[in-house]
Design a binder for this molecule. Structure first.
Ligand code: SF4
Length: 100
């Protein structure tokens, strides 16, 4: 039986666990950070610098990239190139590889 005292003791632990889990992938990649900038990462694939990255093609976006680890339909998800951070599903960078 869960007593009130037990419940009160569990709450901070549960909150810490939730925050800890969220923080693992809570930080979105900033397009201005060095690695992202070097790769031409943008949160909106249609804004990719086509002059600098001519390999960009319409329809390419993080959500259908081989390195994207988010679930279909999610707005953001982890990318193998940016451990611990998320990229926009509609984003793009020059390391894009079409998902098999
Ligand atoms: S490697 Fe793929 S998923 Fe990661 S930022 Fe570049 S295009 Fe997006």
């Amino acid at each position: 039986m869960t007593t009130r005292r037990t419940f009160i003791q569990i709450i901070p632990v549960a909150i810490a666990a939730l925050l800890g889990t969220r923080s693992a992938f809570a930080v979105d990649v900033d397009p201005k950070e060095a690695q992202a900038s070097a790769l031409g990462y943008v949160v909106d694939a249609t804004k990719a610098d086509k002059a600098k990255f001519p390999k960009y093609a319409v329809g390419q976006e993080c959500g259908n990239c081989q390195l994207y680890q988010g679930k279909a339909g999610d707005a953001v998800g982890p990318c193998a190139l940016f451990p611990g951070k998320t990229v926009a599903a509609k984003g793009w960078c020059s390391a894009y590889v079409k998902k098999a």
